[in-house]
Design a binder for this molecule. Structure first.
Ligand code: GDP
Length: 312
């Protein structure tokens, strides 16, 4: 039975998801993935955050890049570049199989949820992996160069344009995926864990789904968020650059304010001495920097021990 529901983006989220997956009993974890980064490319349906979580939990992720598969080959990409094709978004040969299979099944009318579930079972992942929605939601970035589709901003333009804000195209018409909704409307979960993912582009699209915040409140589970900012720096990626461009101090305090009353516990790195605003959230101080698998397991164990103290 699912006890813990984790909300995740890609790289930062998948690291904690791995720790939780390896620490909890089999079948106790469900990871809901952001699909705002999804896009159509070269005719394929690509879901970068789902793929990062799946590859990580299956133990086949490329640990250097954080995305894609380990031991990948690049024959397809090189051949495509030789033909003058679009080569700004890297698709490894083995990775390609996942996009081909997802696209084939979507064309047959299967839902993204059903397809993701088939794939995670094939890769022998014990935890459930759930897209946030089966309807398309597409993040668009308001920038100094106009509105850009997410992957154009993120990969093609390497996050260079200054960010002014975000739009989640289609979110008003989207619904939480059926299994996601079922888990929130069912018995009280032990906790909802907001992974140390980018709050603006990985977690906010999930929270923007109609009725989602109310469903979280109705479930009654404590909400635990792990700050992706440690001592004024984001561990990886454009989170810090975005915060500066949005006029926010790059501090854990900004993360606390961003999630506000939604969260019951904020997990902060023990080296982070930023003063935190009084949002009502309890603070758990522990090592949140995850380099090794041991770090991921240790953080998961700390969070789960804290969650146990919150049960009443
Ligand atoms: P993306 O979708 O691939 O960009 O990945 P996420 O949104 O899931 O993760 C990006 C965020 O993860 C960045 O804001 C990083 O600061 C954060 N992050 C990455 N590794 C760690 C880590 O080991 N500890 C913490 N606390 N945050 C991390």
């Amino acid at each position: 039975m699912i006890e813990i529901l984790a909300l995740s983006g890609g790289i930062g989220g998948a690291k904690l998801a791995l720790g939780l997956d390896r620490t909890l009993p089999p079948g106790a974890l469900a990871v809901v993935c952001n699909t705002g980064d999804d896009f159509q490319h070269l005719g394929f349906a690509i879901s970068p955050d789902i793929d990062t979580v799946i590859y990580t939990l299956a133990g086949i992720a490329n640990k250097e890049t954080g995305w894609g598969r380990a031991n990948e080959t690049w024959t397809f990409m090189a051949a495509l570049a030789d033909l003058g094709g679009e080569s700004w978004f890297q698709l490894g040969d083995a990775d390609l199989a996942l996009h081909v299979e997802r696209t084939r099944r979507l064309a047959l009318g299967e839902t993204l949820s059903a397809i993701t579930d088939v794939i995670r079972r094939r890769l022998e992942i014990g935890s459930e992996v759930i897209p946030m929605s089966d309807q398309p939601v597409r993040t668009r970035v308001q920038t100094s160069e106009g509105i850009l589709p997410f992957q154009h901003y993120f990969v093609k333009r390497r996050c260079r344009p200054a960010v002014r804000g975000f739009e989640f195209d289609g979110v008003d018409m989207a619904q939480p995926a059926p299994r996601f909704a079922e888990l929130l409307t069912g018995d009280r979960l032990k906790a909802v864990i907001i992974c140390p993912s980018n709050p603006f582009i990985s977690i906010d699209p999930i929270l923007a789904l109609p009725g989602l915040r109310q469903a979280l409140r109705n479930n009654g589970a404590p909400v635990v968020a792990i700050s992706p900012v440690i001592n004024g720096k984001a561990v990886k990626g454009p989170t810090a650059k975005m915060m500066v461009e949005l006029g926010l101090p790059v501090t854990t305090a900004s993360i606390a304010r961003h999630y506000g009353e939604l969260i019951d516990v904020l997990v902060v790195d023990h080296s982070d001495d930023t003063e935190l605003p009084a949002t009502g959230a309890q603070i758990l101080r522990t090592a949140t920097l995850m380099h090794s698998d041991a770090d991921k397991l240790a953080l998961a164990a700390e969070i789960l021990a804290c969650v146990e103290t919150l049960q009443n």
